[in-house]
Design a protein around this ligand. Structure first.
Ligand SMILES: O=c1ccn([C@@H]2O[C@H](COP(=O)(O)O)[C@@H](O)[C@H]2O)c(=O)[nH]1
Length: 310
């Protein structure tokens, strides 16, 4: 079961970390981009080839250190069909290296449209009498704003293909409170969403005690992380906001249960663009930044009495 696989990989690699693959052409190493501009001009194709080469380099540098990667699809969509090709190749390559892929797509629509999103990212598309995977992901991020009929559609692929969801509960951005912190029946909206997560995650959980229906809760809200951890004991938390957005190891402690498990902390820019600050080759820098993050989080967990490794 996917939740058990993820938790076991976290323990084996001693690493509750997911590396975000959010390529921005202007931040990619010049030698990569210039080479592809020479071959294909300033085109979407050159952009896609640059991203593919860069992402494969990052994956090669960190795949033994982390259980998962998280490509954010927006960074690929901006380069059109070629960008989506780069997204697809990135997912396939990450899986070939044994990594779990979290597709950060933040989808959600009326039921019938959610079904199409769910098929595209988690399921199989029917063409004639055959079935094909459009994109290879294990988890997808889902926006619960449209309610249960949207969630129900995603759940069908979760159950049929052993996939997972991370539902947006309390996001890391500055103005997330504008809607998510609104008070409804003496509770905040994000607490109501946590109840929805619990309803869905009761339907599928593994022997390690965790469900593959998880929650997105930002590292930038440590108090809410702690409160929501108590409210959703079975949910794996995807925790963005570490590094570039200001979150640190002590901020994410509340995301972990007393067993030291239950969270997957994301850093994207802080790892993939570490070379800009470190002055090292981009692969060396990404590896160093990942190891530093791993040490910082594991040290903080050990001090808090939440050691999860043997
Ligand atoms: O609440 C949220 C949900 C998703 N994200 C995504 O995570 C990464 C963060 O990137 P950094 O470079 O580490 O800041 C990015 O893909 C966001 O879209 C989030 O930040 N907050």
């Amino acid at each position: 079961m996917l939740s058990d696989k993820l938790i076991k990989m976290i323990i084996e690699k001693r690493s509750p970390i997911v590396v975000g693959l959010d390529p921005r052409l202007e931040n990619l190493p010049k030698e990569i981009v210039e080479k592809h501009f020479l071959e294909d001009g300033e085109t979407f194709k050159a952009a896609a080839e640059s991203i593919i080469e860069f992402n494969k380099g990052i994956i090669d540098a960190v795949y033994d250190l982390v259980p998962a990667v998280k490509p954010q699809i927006a960074f690929y969509e901006q380069y059109g069909l070629e960008g989506l090709r780069a997204y697809q190749e990135t997912c396939v390559y990450a899986k070939s290296k044994g990594l779990i892929v979290v597709a950060d797509i933040k989808r959600g629509d009326i039921g019938s449209t959610s079904k199409a999103y769910s098929i595209a990212h988690l399921g199989k598309t029917k063409i004639g009498n055959s079935y094909h995977s459009a994109f290879e992901a294990d988890f997808a991020t889902v926006n619960p704003y449209l309610g249960d009929d949207c969630m129900k559609e995603f759940m069908e692929e979760v159950m049929a293909y052993d996939k997972g969801l991370f539902i947006l509960v309390k996001t890391s951005n500055e103005t997330s409170g504008q809607i998510q912190d609104l008070q409804v029946d003496k509770e905040k909206v994000y607490e109501k969403v946590a109840e929805i997560v619990n309803t869905w995650n009761e339907k599928i959980y593994g022997e390690m005690g965790y469900s593959q229906i998880g929650a997105v809760v930002g590292a930038t809200y440590p108090e809410e992380l702690e409160l929501l951890r108590k409210k959703m004991p079975k949910a794996i938390f995807l925790v963005p906001g570490y590094g570039a957005q200001g979150g640190g190891a002590n901020d994410v402690l509340g995301a972990f249960n007393a067993d030291g498990l239950g969270a997957l902390v994301n850093s994207s820019r802080g790892i993939i663009f570490a070379f800009e600050k470190m002055g090292l080759h981009y692969q060396e820098a990404a590896r160093k930044a990942t190891l530093e993050m791993q040490t910082a989080i594991n040290d903080a967990l050990e001090k808090a009495g939440k050691k999860y490794w043997i």
